[in-house]
Design a protein around this ligand. Sequence first.
Ligand code: FES
Length: 171
Amino acid sequence: MQTAQPRQTSGATRRSFHIGVLYALWGVIAGALGVPAFVYLFFPPKAQKQNEWVEAGDLGKLVSEQPVEMVFRRNREDGWKIISEKSTAWVVRKDGDGILAFGPQCTHLGCAYHWDEAKNEFVCPCHNSIFDVEGRVLSGPAPRPLDRYDVKVEGGKVLLGRLRRPPEPAL
Ligand code: FES
């Protein structure tokens, strides 16, 4: 009679130990799956981050009032990916020190426009919008001036920042 009791206690202890191990394993699995899911749901990566300034070309290439199409690459963070995108800008050196840089797309429906040297104006071939050397609409269906990049010059290089829509002209 006295030998049966220790066996019951030993069996109960072993069972408790196994149940504890199972709970611990479930805890580890739940943590391994739950923590990344929690981070993914509640701390999403910034949707898109762009390098603020990119080098577009040499200032020395620019002749006053003669637009030049400059090609450059810009790195963009999209989630966890870094995407390198090729882009262009029409860059104009104004008399004096000013530099203007226009986005490459027409403000009507986004076609690529070009500089017509003979006429001294930007021409969009899609629906014949015409812009002057400062990006203002001269004629055509384009509803607003060309978009402009922020521009600065450092060490003889033209640096481009954000592309901005110019303010609407007052009516
Ligand atoms: S897209 Fe340029 S005029 Fe229509």
